[in-house]
Design a protein around this ligand. Structure first.
Ligand code: G4P
Length: 525
């Protein structure tokens, strides 16, 4: 396989807090990448798609995107795969798992707000996997905080080195453009709306007298002072530190006015890593291995309400995938022939004839493929590192029509399989318990039970608040613990023992008392 099919792939996600401008930036990236032609298509298309699907009413009601999708665009010979992550404050495990399928991330922050809670949570997930991050500070066309303030906040809150790559010339009402520190180019707005239409002035540096004609005296003096201070105070850009996840280059811009979008694409092309080796057993899988391997990081049901199909999203990790190829899910099942793989483009889905490491392929199936599954030609590897997270909210499921027990069990199992919610079957009693990381997942659950499975159900408080997967080196210790705590024991969908705790305090107490038992807040599948 020609190695450029690997080196020319950039698979990334955008992480941000709601309202920071992720949708706008996504749209502009696709626009600059030629994948769409009119701004507004991402939103418009989103609405059309939502209107088609019943359970997605919930997205419409809340005006948010619950589901993640994949968008591909090309520029200057580089293929960019952008994996969308839900941007609502309530996040699901879906979001986390999507981040296991990317090689790098763009962190969008609002210049007036800095690092917000959701950004921080998502950043922590990236850090766990050393995912390198490019920072985009958005909305500089509006009044915002001092540039130094923002840079220091990123450095201090996230414990990262920061290198400013561009610098805004004024902000809000005084905004006059963006100065690129690496190339000494000044990007200028044009027209009444002060948008960027490609007007770029090459200067010989900040002392260039041209600048006096382009920029107000006040902004120019501040720019010169600030940049001098910044260059003394922040480290130079180091691509190795960036790829280790220790340093983030920071770009300033305005997605709305199209400032900085070009520089961001350029940065992704130049600095962001191509597909990396993926953690697996018995050994990490390098992208240039011949054999086709990949893992499922997401399963989505009913993308098309006319077919009750599911789409499993596979991240290709090695080899050249060809349509019709047979792949075997590790651990269970026979080889399956993949006749209708889907590549996701901004505007439509297309059948994929070939795909390369870093690409995402949608595989239609009827429930055979599960989140966490490895697919490979020879079935001798298993990807690791797709975590299940300890639920932060537990609820008892109350069935309104007792004749629907079977349907309910199927629905709960299905959704656990898709990673929408987790399900726990208590050792004692018949009230099944649902575990989620964010409130929104509960709404999705109820809405789908009703719309897809025709099961009317309610949720009531459970006597537990959180859960831990338990294990022990000596099975006797585990059995003893289970015996003593039977009232708080349950099994997850895969039959693993789970301890349910009444409070975080109880977790601490129990962990201290049973030193031979391991309590895990995440479980790798
Ligand atoms: P999100 O996906 O991260 O939630 O954010 P989104 O892109 O939807 O942007 C949130 C709001 O911020 C939108 O305004 C959007 O127009 C605005 N915005 C995004 N980027 C910029 C920017 O660079 N400069 C300025 N000034 N505004 C920006 P809205 O009024 O909520 O929505 P809309 O009615 O304009 O679509």
């Amino acid at each position: 396989m020609p190695s450029d099919h690997i080196n020319d792939r950039r698979t990334f996600a955008i992480i941000s807090h709601p309202d920071a401008g992720k949708t706008t930036l996504t749209e502009k990236l696709l626009l600059f990448g030629g994948a769409i032609h009119l701004a507004g298509e991402v939103k418009a298309r989103g609405q059309a798609r939502r209107a088609r699907s019943d359970w997605m009413k919930i997205e419409q009601q809340r005006g948010i995107s619950v589901t993640s999708s994949v968008m591909t665009f090309e520029r200057n010979g580089i293929t960019f795969n952008l994996l969308d992550t839900p941007g609502h404050e309530d996040f699901s495990e879906d979001t986390y798992r999507t981040l296991t399928a990317v090689d790098s991330a763009v962190m969008v922050i609002d210049v007036a707000k800095g690092i917000e809670s959701q950004t921080r949570k998502l950043f922590e997930v990236c850090r766990l996997r050393n995912v390198p991050i490019i920072t985009f500070v958005n909305k500089v066309d509006r009044e915002g905080r001092e540039v130094f303030d923002i840079l220091d906040e990123v450095a201090n809150l996230l414990a990262l080195d920061v290198t400013p790559m561009t610098w805004p010339v004024g902000m809000g009402g005084n905004f006059e453009g963006i100065y690129d520190l690496a190339t000494d180019r000044l990007l200028l707005p044009e027209g009444n709306s002060r948008e960027f239409h490609g007007k770029v002035i090459q200067t010989s540096g900040l002392d260039d007298p041209q600048l006096d004609e382009m920029v107000s005296a006040e902004n120019l003096a501040k720019l010169r002072d600030d940049v001098e201070l910044a260059q003394a105070g922040y480290p130079e850009f180091d691509p190795v530190a960036y790829r280790h996840g220790d340093l983030t280059p920071v770009y300033f811009g305005s997605a709305l006015k199209e400032f900085g979008v070009d520089s961001l694409i350029e940065a992704l092309a130049t600095f962001a890593p191509p597909p990396r080796a993926q953690p697996a057993e018995p050994a990490p899988v390098e992208p240039d291995r011949d054999e086709v391997t990949g893992f499922i990081f997401k399963v989505q049901a009913n993308m098309d309400p006319n077919h009750r199909d599911r789409i499993a999203f596979m991240r290709l990790c090695s080899g050249t995938f060809k349509r019709g190829m047979k792949l075997t899910p590790t651990g269970h099942g026979k080889p399956i022939a993949i006749h209708s793989p889907i590549l996701f483009f901004a505007r439509e889905r297309e059948l994929a004839d070939e795909a390369y490491p870093g690409d995402i392929i949608g595989i239609p199936n009827h429930g055979t493929l599960r989140v966490g599954d490895t697919l490979s030609e020879r079935a001798d590897v298993r990807f690791t590192g797709l975590p299940n997270f300890a639920p932060e909210i537990l609820r008892r499921v109350q069935l309104k029509d007792p004749t629907k027990t079977k349907q309910l069990r199927k629905a709960l199992d299905d959704m656990a399989e898709e990673g929408v919610t987790q399900v726990f079957y208590p050792e004692i009693g018949s009230n099944w318990i649902i575990g989620v990381v964010g409130q929104l997942q509960l709404d999705v659950l109820l809405s789908r039970l009703d719309a897809e499975y025709k099961v009317a159900a309610g949720l009531e408080m459970a006597p537990f608040e959180t859960a831990r997967w338990i294990s022990a080196e000596d099975p006797k210790d585990l059995q003893e613990f289970i015996g003593l705590n039977r009232g708080a024991m349950a099994k997850d969908r895969d039959g693993n023992p789970v301890f349910m705790a009444k409070s975080a305090w109880e977790v601490g107490y129990i962990v201290d008392r049973y030193s031979k038992v391991k309590f895990a807040a995440t479980r790798e599948r």
